[in-house]
Write a protein that binds this ligand. Structure first.
Ligand SMILES: Cc1cc2nc3c(=O)[nH]c(=O)nc-3n(C[C@H](O)[C@H](O)[C@H](O)COP(=O)(O)OP(=O)(O)OC[C@H]3O[C@@H](n4cnc5c(N)ncnc54)[C@H](O)[C@@H]3O)c2cc1C
Length: 474
């Protein structure tokens, strides 16, 4: 029997980032991935501003940004113009064109460097949980005993089903065929005689064709063939346009479902295992990373025994609510696309055409509006901006203080140096009207003051970090 602290099922973006976060905190972590190697096709091709902001809190964004292609707006479906990110609440006011497979490679290398074990060609079949852990059976007869199991195993999650976690939502009303091929169609939509379209998306060395099926298939799992896509493309366009050199053929629909709970005892869900939604706004990878980043430090603290009571449950509280918003946002984009000249859709289009409305929609659709608690100070509950700082006489920036994945109390007033314990206190200076800020390991603000008043700091430390740290004078 293999023993580990956390068993992660699935080496997609969620599983890989979660494993890296756990390993960073010194937690023994094993990933089991059913595929012997990463599939040759690539699903997603973008990281949004929110995901880049989060990855920057571990020093992972700059390398990806250097490799990718910047686009100054957020992907959106159904609105006529782009959602511009200029002036949005982000340190990365652009979307990054980069293959999902490349992001996975970077995360996998990091997880392994930090000590996580990745077992490819290992499929999780079933598990049982008891008071002290989870015993998991794999397809090859291997048994893994772990203190926690994280289901990052995609939309058809075995972990979610075996845990008995409901997946309520709406079934797909339509399906579209996807084909990564070579063909002579121009990029963008090509309309046929009756107005139906074939959409062509440029990809490196090939194109991605997307065309809706006329009727939902009798069995959505029937393999898609080149002949099927070819026939549908020709039928929609009313002429024959040859599709060549197929790399990947698939089908997707507009189903939207959200796990009824992101936690069941010692079992947690993240990424597509917890939510599926229409493919609007190119958001799936980004939400998967957001979930993993939120869960990682909380689960690590729980495994290490330093977590305050209830910390792990805040994962469901924060990310289930975020998941519900993602479902609403993506369904709304599809609804606008299908709404024609409905008055409400016209209103939304005019909101999007207004500069302030455009920016607000960009922030909402990319998840930049994430705020886990509200309060008077605008920073509270939000991801703290990556402001320039001076620490020990040297220039640095706020995100760099989080690279170690620990909670940090940034003391900008020289007033909080006596705090100790799990919280690292960093004396810094900046041009900001901030006296001190307590950052969770994911960079969200747990407490902030503009002066030297530490009211609420002890409570915030108890709530997010644990009981141990106290001011030296206490
Ligand atoms: C055509 C298409 C285009 C997309 N484009 C974009 C885009 O541009 N931007 C974007 O953000 N998102 C996009 N997405 C969505 C994105 O690909 C997913 O949301 C994202 O991969 C979810 O990550 P995940 O880690 O939760 O799950 P996955 O990436 O699905 O990873 C789950 C992993 O678990 C493994 N697994 C499953 N069951 C088991 C088991 N029982 N045991 C062990 N391993 C198991 C799987 O093999 C897989 O590797 C697209 C999706 C599709 C289909």
């Amino acid at each position: 029997m293999l023993e580990t602290d956390v068993l992660v099922a699935g080496a997609g973006p969620a599983g890989l980032l979660l494993a890296a976060e756990l390993a960073l905190a010194g937690v023994r972590t094993t990933i089991v991935e059913r595929h012997p190697e990463r599939p040759p096709y690539c699903r997603g091709f973008n990281l949004n501003s929110r995901a880049l902001d989060l990855l920057a809190r571990r020093g992972l964004a700059d390398g990806l940004v250097a490799e990718g292609h910047r686009v100054p707006h957020a992907p959106v479906t159904g609105l006529p113009g782009p959602l511009l990110l200029d002036g949005a609440a982000t340190d990365h006011p652009f979307s990054l064109g980069i293959p999902q497979t490349r992001v996975e490679e970077v995360l996998e290398a990091r997880a392994q460097e930090l000590g996580a074990e990745i077992l490819r060609g290992h499929e999780l079949l079933s598990f049982t949980q008891d008071d002290s852990g989870v015993t998991t059976s794999l397809h090859n007869g291997l048994t893994v005993r772990a203190r926690y199991l994280a289901g990052c195993d995609g939309g058809r999650s075995t972990v979610r089903k075996q845990a008995g976690i409901g997946f309520p939502g709406v079934a797909a009303r339509w399906f579209a065929l996807l084909a990564d091929v070579e063909c002579e169609l121009p990029y963008g939509p090509s309309a046929g005689p009756d107005g139906r379209t074939v959409f062509v998306i440029p990809r490196p060395g090939y194109v991605r064709i997307v065309v809706r099926e006329d009727e939902p298939p009798a069995d959505k799992d029937t393999p898609v063939t080149l002949e099927l896509v070819q026939a549908q493309v020709d039928a929609v366009l009313g002429r024959h346009v040859p599709l060549r050199a197929p790399r990947w053929l698939s089908r997707f629909g507009d189903a939207a479902r959200l796990a009824s709970s992101y936690r069941s005892g010692r079992v947690l869900l993240a990424g597509d295992a917890a939510h599926i939604h229409p493919p609007a706004g190119a958001i799936g990878v980004n939400v998967a990373l957001d979930d993993a980043f939120n869960l990682g430090w909380k689960l690590a603290a729980t495994v290490r025994g330093t977590a305050p009571a209830g910390l792990l449950d805040t994962y469901h509280a924060e990310r289930h609510a975020a998941g519900a918003r993602i479902l609403a946002n993506t369904r709304a984009q599809v609804a606008v696309e299908e709404a024609g000249d409905e008055p409400w859709a016209d209103l939304l289009r005019r909101v999007a055409a207004h500069p302030a409305g455009n920016r607000a929609l960009a922030e909402i659709i990319t998840g930049l509006d994430a705020r886990y608690e509200t309060g008077e100070h605008p920073w509270l509950g939000r991801l703290a901006p990556d402001v320039p700082l001076t620490v020990s006489g040297r220039p640095t920036h706020l995100a760099a203080l989080l690279h170690a994945g620990r909670p940090v109390l940034v003391d900008l007033a020289g007033a909080f140096g006596g705090w100790s314990g799990e919280v690292e206190v960093v004396a810094a200076s900046s041009g900001l009207d901030i006296g001190g800020v307590l950052l969770r390991p994911d960079g969200h603000v747990a407490w902030v003051t503009e002066g030297t008043d530490d009211t609420g700091l002890a409570e915030a430390v108890r709530r997010w970090v644990g009981d141990a740290p106290v001011p030296a004078s206490a």
